[in-house]
Design a protein around this ligand. Structure first.
Ligand code: NDP
Length: 248
C-alpha cells in the first residue's frame, strides 16, 4: 500500500510554517495547515493564494494552547481527511520582557503556546500512528532554547522544554516506527523577527558567522529531511539550523 501520507503543520500559515507546508507538499504529502481561530479570513486568503500557485492545502482552526481545542481539531481532521502520519509542531509566540518585568500572563501564554501545545496536539496523534506503525513528529524549538536569551526567560524555558519532551516521547514511541525529533532554528526572516527593533536585529546578525538570517525554506528543508520515509533511524535528535551561531 502506497497511500499519500497526511501531514499536519501547526502554525502552518505563519512564516516558517508556510515554508514547511510547501516543502512537505513537494515531498508528496497531503498537507493540513493549522491556524489560530481568530485569523480565519487570513487563513482563507492564504489558502487561496497557495491554491493559485498549485498547492492544495487544507486548513484547520485550532488554538494549540488549549487541550480541548486540539482534541476537537484532530477529531475533525480524522473524520474529514484521515489520520495524521506526520506532525510538525510549529505554532509559537514571543512575549519578551526581562524577568524583573515579566508578568505571569506573559510567562503563561508563552509556555502554553510553545510547550503545552506540543503535548496538546501530539497526545492526539500517537495512538493512530502507533496502530499504523509509522509516524514522524518534528517539534520546532529554537537556538534560544539551547543557549538562553536575554529578555526571553519564558521563550527559552518553553523551547528548552521541547527538547526534553522530544527525547522522552522519542523513547516511548521508538518501537512503534515513530520518530520524534526537534529542529532549533537560529534567527529566521519572518514576521516574528521583523518585530524585533532594527538595531537589535542588526546586533543579532553580527553574532551569526554566516552574517545573515535564515530563510524559512532553509528550516523547512531540514524538517522535510526528518519526515522523509527513508529517515527511519534518527530519533530524539535536535538539529540546529542556525548559521553557526551556536554549536554544541
Ligand atoms: P510566525 O509568527 O510567522 O508563525 C507562528 C504561527 O503560530 C502563526 O501562524 C500564529 O498564528 C500561530 N499561532 C500562534 N499562537 C497560536 C495558537 N495559540 N494556536 C494556533 N496557532 C498559533 O512565526 P515564525 O514562522 O517565525 O515561527 C514559527 C516557529 O518557529 C515558532 O515556534 C517559533 O518560536 C520558531 N522559531 C522562529 C524563529 C525565527 O527567527 N522566526 C527562530 C527560532 C524558532 P497567528 O499569526 O494567527 O498568531
Amino acid at each position: 500500500m502506497n497511500q499519500q501520507k497526511i501531514a499536519l503543520v501547526t502554525g502552518g500559515t505563519g512564516g516558517i510554517g508556510t515554508a514547511i507546508c510547501i516543502a512537505l507538499a513537494d515531498q508528496g504529502r497531503k498537507v493540513i495547515a493549522g491556524y489560530f481561530p481568530p485569523e480565519k479570513e487570513i487563513a482563507d486568503a492564504w489558502q487561496r493564494k497557495h491554491r493559485d500557485n498549485g498547492y492544495e492545502f487544507e486548513i484547520v482552526a485550532c488554538d494549540v494552547s488549549d487541550f480541548e481545542s486540539s482534541q476537537q481539531m484532530l477529531h475533525d481532521v480524522v473524520e474529514t481527511i484521515g489520520s495524521v502520519d506526520i506532525l510538525v509542531n510549529c505554532a509559537g509566540i514571543t512575549r519578551d520582557k526581562t524577568l524583573r518585568r515579566m508578568t505571569p500572563q506573559q510567562w503563561d501564554s508563552v509556555l502554553r503556546t510553545n510547550l503545552d501545545s506540543a503535548f496538546n496536539v501530539t497526545r492526539h496523534v500517537v495512538d493512530s500512528m502507533s496502530e499504523n506503525g509509522f509516524g514522524r513528529i518534528v517539534n520546532i524549538s529554537s537556538v534560544n532554547g539551547q543557549k538562553g536569551q536575554f529578555g526571553q526567560a519564558n521563550y527559552s524555558a518553553a523551547k528548552a522544554g521541547l527538547h526534553g519532551f522530544t527525547k522522552a516521547v522519542a523513547q516511548e514511541l521508538a518501537a512503534k516506527g515513530i520518530t520524534v525529533n526537534s529542529v532549533s532554528p537560529g534567527y529566521v526572516k519572518t514576521e516574528m523577527t521583523d518585530a524585533i527593533p532594527e538595531e537589535v536585529r542588526d546586533s543579532i546578525i553580527q553574532q551569526v558567522p554566516m552574517g545573515r538570517m535564515a530563510s524559512p525554506a532553509e528550516i523547512a528543508y531540514v524538517v522535510s529531511f526528518l519526515t522523509d520515509d527513508r529517515n527511519t533511524y534518527m530519533t530524539g535528535a535536535n538539529l540546529p539550523v542556525n548559521g553557526g551561531m551556536y554549536m554544541t
